[in-house]
Design a protein around this ligand. Structure first.
Ligand SMILES: *Cc1c(COP(=O)(O)O)cnc(C)c1O
Length: 400
């Protein structure tokens, strides 16, 4: 499918030729009035669905009262949100930013300052292959994808990289390099292909960080806010990280990011160490407070866990014949991060699904990734499953 002309916009995105005018729940409508079922949620952002009333009302009320003051002053809703996020996560301190990359920038700065405070002049953060942490210079340097980095060197120094899911490889670096001050890791890799590590991975990294006096920093920008079936992905393991970053679903589409710290990272930042003009403004904090409230009232972590199981069961049955043939090489899910992996490139399915009235995503070339709103119904799940199954069968049939 041809990509739409983008006129005066920098062509940094390969956009599909569709424009949405409005949404409701898991549905979106385009300029021709055609309805689509959304299994992407703006990349794990609109977890409460589109045009969610509680969020819209909080925004409207706040916009009519106060949008922005400054972090020069106290901000009531920022304090309330910080308290709530700490209560849910067991973290102790929060810095608010406006995006995921910015939240990770804060985390990387915490790690470096933690190192400098103990006399390490050139601190190193251990990062993973196939990771994604953002597109700013520090976060693209941390990202384990050469396509993201190509053409933007020199990259930021101070990162070492090992295979994801391999705690022995991480241990080797920690044992050999005394400059490592932190491990930055996604509980489940999103952009990298919905990679789910073994159940003891994070707890092993936690023990290593304790042994070598490093910070365990979890990038929960995609896995956080109930997506994986817990409030935060690390809560599937019996551990507490030192740093956690959030963004994406935190504002259900209103830009807000957060870097949370606890334990030995809680008091690293002091006055003047970091800042953001917009970070934690009353408007975005009101949106996030509304999001947390709905997630809590509707127990969306449990909903994500149950619905993820449903996708697994249905795909395992309906794609069994293709799994037997080795065409479908894996079906996996952690809550509503759902993946169907093929033995071949399947990027073409995105445009075909769109024509079918369903929004899906393909990542890492051969992984169909589904990130539907956490509020979807069984009927909506069935519609997504039917579309994916039909299109995969067609793709395979045409190739045969
Ligand atoms: C999306 C994402 C980011 C980057 O967030 P932005 O808001 O686009 O800057 C970082 N880490 C992970 C795991 C993500 O999924």
């Amino acid at each position: 499918m041809a990509h739409a002309d983008q006129g005066t916009l920098m062509p940094t995105y390969a956009r599909l030729p569709v424009t949405f005018t409005h949404g409701e729940g898991c549905s979106l409508w385009d300029t021709d009035g055609r309805r689509y079922l959304d299994a992407v949620s703006g990349i794990a952002v609109c977890s409460l669905g589109h045009a969610r009333r509680e969020v819209a009302e909080a925004l409207a009320e706040q916009a009519l009262s106060l949008v922005h003051t400054s972090n020069l002053y106290q901000i009531e809703h920022q304090q309330a949100l910080s308290n709530k996020l700490c209560q849910l996560s067991g973290m102790e301190k929060v810095f608010f930013a406006n995006s995921g990359a910015e939240a990770n920038e804060a985390a990387i700065k915490v790690a470096r300052l933690y190192g400098h405070n103990k006399g390490i002049e050139a601190p190193v953060v251990l990062v993973m292959e196939h990771s994604f942490h953002g597109r700013t210079m520090a976060t693209l340097s941390a990202t384990g994808n050469v396509k993201v980095q190509q053409g933007f060197g020199p990259l930021l120094a101070g990162f070492e990289r090992v295979a994801y899911g391999n705690s022995a490889a991480a241990e080797k670096v920690l044992a050999e390099n005394p400059n490592v001050v932190a491990i930055l890791v996604e509980p489940v890799q999103g952009e990298g292909g919905v990679n789910i590590p073994s159940a003891d991975y994070l707890s092993t990294l936690r023990a290593l960080c304790d042994q070598y006096d490093c910070l365990l920093m979890v990038d929960e920008i995609q896995t956080g806010m109930c997506r994986t079936g817990q409030w935060f992905g690390f809560q599937h393991s019996n551990i507490q990280p030192d740093v956690m970053t959030l963004a994406k679903a935190l504002g259900n589409g209103v830009p807000i990011g957060a870097c949370l710290a606890g334990g030995k990272a809680a008091d690293v930042f002091g006055p003047g160490n970091h800042g953001s003009t917009f970070g934690g403004n009353p408007l975005s904090c009101r949106a996030a407070l509304a999001v947390v409230d709905v997630m809590e009232k509707e127990n969306l972590a449990q909903a994500a866990a149950d619905m993820g199981e449903y996708f697994m069961t249905q795909f395992s049955q309906q794609l069994a014949h293709l799994q037997a043939k080795g065409v479908v090489t894996d079906i996996r899910a952690k809550g509503l991060m759902v993946a169907v992996q093929l033995d071949r490139d399947c990027s073409a399915l995105v445009a075909q699904a769109l024509e079918h009235g369903v929004l899906i995503n393909v990542t890492a070339g051969n992984v169909i990734r589904l990130l539907p709103p956490l509020v979807l119904t069984i009927a909506e799940a069935d519609q997504i499953i039917e579309a994916v199954t039909t299109l995969v069968n067609k793709l395979v049939g045409e190739a045969a």
